[in-house]
Design a protein around this ligand. Structure first.
Ligand SMILES: [Zn+2]
Length: 104
């Protein structure tokens, strides 16, 4: 499910996946939808809470290294997997469970 709105996500981010519901400020391209659906798979694998806990912790740890929120964001394993495979619209059919951790 995608909810087009004016407020979420904050800042310069285009879309955010909150518990499998995609919030976006503008219509998404197929590759961007695929990116978010990859996150939904990651969310389910880590029982939602585990995903967000890991996500925030990894972002924080990477922020300590890079001192830049956006740069740290691009290094989070979940984002690296999603960006690396978003253009392959069949990716989820062949993806192995917990594949995000290969991107650590
Ligand atoms: Zn993402």
């Amino acid at each position: 499910m995608t909810i087009l709105n004016r407020f979420i996500p904050f800042g310069t981010f285009k879309a955010i996946n909150l518990c499998g519901i995609i919030f976006t400020k503008m219509p998404l391209l197929p590759r961007e939808v695929n990116h978010e659906v990859i996150h939904t798979r990651q969310l389910l694998e880590l029982a939602v809470f585990g995903f967000y806990l890991w996500y925030v912790m990894e972002w924080g740890i990477r922020y300590i290294k890079y001192r830049n929120l956006k740069q740290a964001y691009y290094q989070i394993c979940f984002e690296r997997e999603a960006y690396a495979n978003e253009s392959d619209l069949t990716y989820l059919k062949k993806r192995k469970p917990f594949a995000a951790f290969k991107y650590l």
